[in-house]
Structure formats: structure tokens, C-alpha cells
Design a protein around this ligand. Structure first.
Ligand code: NAP
Length: 302
């Protein structure tokens, strides 16, 4: 089967064009989006995400500030920082880089970020809003995966979609976003018996687990769309027996691309679109903050 490679970098470029247009309109009115990234500890993968986010922000003209904290920082120090950022009108968005040290309560810290500044869409209020069909500030990776599935041209209404992985920030929100679009969704996880029975009958398979090679070509219905969210570093032997580190997804690309109708590569698939969604959320957050400010001014005048 001839597969169509879904080019995440190109899809991200198109999203960012729109982001830039809306950003220019905000800047002209004196609204200057400013993101603050909180980095706790020294995770190497996080450093890479932060660099990518900063580079993309610089490209479109969004101010991106990083604040680094030692892994011994206390929870009350982090919460106090977030409270100060919530109250600072110059800061329009806050990002909490994961992972954070185990000594800190991730959920508590995530929920301390004011929902209107939660550009990652990870706050319980923003995730909960998806149930009501409001996903303007939804979790970026979930929005990215659904955007890429839509980009195939497949009609989501009635589409049989199997979501593998049910994390709070990726799998569960994706299932809700798809239900909102009237897809028929099966959510698979550790407790699922015979994963391949589910994946083989799906028109689309979305995978977010963190296990390289979990989904192989024989688990996919011919012509189905495959969206691979997984990011895994694996060691492979390169030329002259030298061991190299490579980034792969959860899907065995070699076998899956022979069966799939559409497939996302890793890297270059969901990753760049996730960053584009983060910037889109950043602009959405400022548009909302501006609207609320204008409503307050109107009320004061009346
Ligand atoms: P997570 O919180 O660890 O969730 C993994 C999910 O996979 C859990 O729901 C787990 O179920 C399920 N699972 C584990 N083993 C399974 C199996 N054998 N069959 C079916 N389901 C299984 O991870 P996450 O944050 O969702 O991230 C998942 C992957 O996506 C990671 O590789 C991560 O690096 C990547 N990611 C990529 C992006 C991006 O922008 N591209 C963004 C976020 C995450 P149980 O809880 O029942 O064990």
C-alpha cells in the first residue's frame, strides 16, 4: 500500500502563519504576549524542548523567558513564583516544563497556574472544559494529534478511532476531542486485552505510550491513518558497529508504513505541531485576556 507521509513540519508552518497574523494585530494594539517557562532540575530532554520553544517564539516575535530552578527548590517556593506570575499583567502565559522532581506535587503546581495563563492547557479547568466542547486552550499535544488526523481529509464523524494510552494530558483529552467530533472512540491502555484486535479494525490509530515498536504493521488495517505521539530514545548500532542514539515513536515505522494509508514520522510529525499549538494557545490566551480587560473597562464606564 502506498502511504502518505503526514509532514508535521509543514502543517506547523501553516498554523504558525495564522498565529503570526493574529499576533501582529495584538502587537499593534499594544498587547505583547510574554511566556515564562519554569524549568526545575536539569533534564536533558527538557532543555531540548525549551530550546525548540524559544526558537519558534523568537521566529514569530513572542517574548520567551526561562526561569531555572535547582531540583531542591521547595513546593512553596514554586507556588509563590506561580502566584507572582499569575498576578503580573506583563506575563500572558506560563509553562511548567516536565518532568519535575518527585518531591514536588505536579498536579498541585499545574493547577496553581491561572487557567487564563495556562497555555499548555494542562490545568484541570482547561482539561475539564473539553467535556463541554470548549477546547480553545486544550492540551497542545492532543490538539496537535487531532489536527493531524483531520489533515488527512478523513471525515471524523463515525470514524472508528483507537487511542492507545490513556494519560491525563494526552490520551484522555484526545478521546474527548474526538467524541466531540462524533468519532467512535476506543480507549486502550494497560488493562486492554488483545490490543491488536482493537487496532486492526480501526480507521485511525493514535498512539501515546512511550514504548518503541508497540504498534507493528500487522496490527493496522490496510489504509488506516496512524498518528504516532511517542518519543523514545533508542540505541542502534551505526556504521562500523558504533552505537548511536536515535529518536523513534511507539510505532514500528518500517512495517507500519507498508500498510497505513497515512502515517506521521518521528521526529517531524506530532512534535512540531505540538509547539505550533503552544504558540496558538499563547495567542488565544492573550486574545481572551484582552477581551476580559475590555469588558471590565466597559463595566467601569457604565
Ligand atoms: P504516560 O503518562 O506514561 O502514559 C502512557 C500511557 O500508555 C498510559 O495510559 C499507560 O497505561 C499506557 N500504556 C502503557 N503500556 C501500555 C501497553 N502495553 N499497551 C497499551 N497502553 C499502555 O505518557 P504520556 O505523557 O501520555 O506520553 C506518552 C508518550 O508520548 C511518551 O513517549 C511521551 O514522550 C510522548 N509525548 C510526546 C509529545 C509530543 O509532543 N510529541 C508530548 C507528550 C508526550 P497505564 O496507565 O494503564 O499503565
Amino acid at each position: 500500500m502506498e502511504h502518505n507521509l503526514i509532514d508535521g513540519r509543514e502543517k506547523a508552518r501553516i498554523i504558525l502563519e495564522d498565529v503570526e497574523t493574529r499576533l501582529r494585530a495584538l502587537l499593534e494594539l499594544g498587547w505583547n504576549p510574554r511566556l515564562v517557562s519554569l524549568n526545575i532540575g536539569d533534564d536533558r530532554a527538557t532543555e531540548l524542548y525549551v530550546r525548540n520553544q524559544k526558537r519558534t517564539c523568537d521566529k514569530v516575535g513572542i517574548t520567551y523567558e526561562t526561569r531555572n530552578y535547582d531540583s531542591r527548590v521547595t513546593e512553596s517556593e514554586v507556588l509563590a513564583t506561580i502566584q507572582a506570575l499569575n498576578a503580573d499583567p506583563r506575563v500572558t502565559g506560563i509553562i511548567l516544563q516536565r518532568p519535575i522532581p518527585r518531591t514536588l506535587d505536579l498536579r498541585k503546581i499545574q493547577n496553581a497556574i491561572h487557567p487564563s495563563k495556562d497555555v499548555e492547557g494542562m490545568n484541570a479547568q482547561n482539561i475539564g472544559s473539553i467535556v463541554y466542547g470548549d477546547f480553545d486552550l486544550g492540551p497542545c499535544t492532543s490538539l496537535a494529534a487531532v489536527h493531524l488526523l483531520r489533515s488527512t481529509g478523513l471525515n471524523l464523524e463515525g470514524l472508528e478511532v483507537v487511542m492507545v494510552g490513556h494519560s491525563e494530558i494526552v490520551g484522555k483529552p484526545i478521546a474527548l476531542l474526538l467524541v466531540e467530533a462524533l468519532a467512535t472512540v476506543t480507549l486502550c491502555h494497560h488493562g486492554t486485552r488483545n490490543l491488536n484486535i482493537h487496532t486492526r479494525r480501526a480507521d485511525a490509530v493514535i498512539v501515546a505510550v512511550g514504548k518503541p515498536g508497540l504498534i507493528t504493521g500487522d496490527m493496522i488495517k490496510p489504509g488506516a491513518a496512524v498518528i504516532d505521539i511517542g518519543i523514545n530514545q533508542v540505541e542502534v548500532s551505526g556504521p562500523h558497529g558504533k552505537v548511536e542514539t536515535r529518536v523513534v515513536g511507539d510505532v514500528d515505522f518500517e512495517s507500519a508504513c507498508r500498510v497505513a494509508g497515512w502515517i506521521t514520522p518521528v521526529p517531524g510529525g506530532v512534535g512540531p505541531v505540538t509547539v505550533a499549538m503552544l504558540l496558538n494557545n499563547t495567542v488565544v490566551a492573550v486574545e481572551r485576556q484582552k477581551k476580559r480587560y475590555e469588558e471590565n473597562v466597559r463595566q467601569d464606564i457604565q
